[in-house]
Design a protein around this ligand. Structure first.
Ligand SMILES: [Zn+2]
Length: 90
């Protein structure tokens, strides 16, 4: 597990070559079928959320599927580190 935080105002720009951020995640991990916040696992209203590790050493942005409710959370939460897909700068 790793603690992450939602990034706010990460906006609407779409990754080049993909229809959405969740499509970008699915291109590497397969179909997104549930919310990846530990303790949630809702299967509806999934979004490709931008998150950042709660760490001084890694300021990269990552995508992970979250339900809409969890994507609105402002507190840090746990996800499986293997489910994070890094956002490569263009
Ligand atoms: Zn959730």
């Amino acid at each position: 597990m790793i603690k992450v935080r939602n990034l706010k105002d990460t906006a609407n720009e779409i990754p080049s070559g993909y229809g959405s951020w969740i499509a970008y995640w699915e291109s590497q991990k397969g179909e997104a079928t549930y919310c990846h916040r530990v303790g949630c696992s809702t299967t509806v209203d999934l979004e490709g959320a931008h998150v950042q590790k709660v760490s001084m050493h890694d300021r990269s942005w990552y995508i992970v599927p979250l339900c809409h409710t969890c994507n609105e959370h402002t507190d840090a939460f746990d996800v499986d580190i293997n489910e994070l897909v890094v956002v490569n700068p263009e």
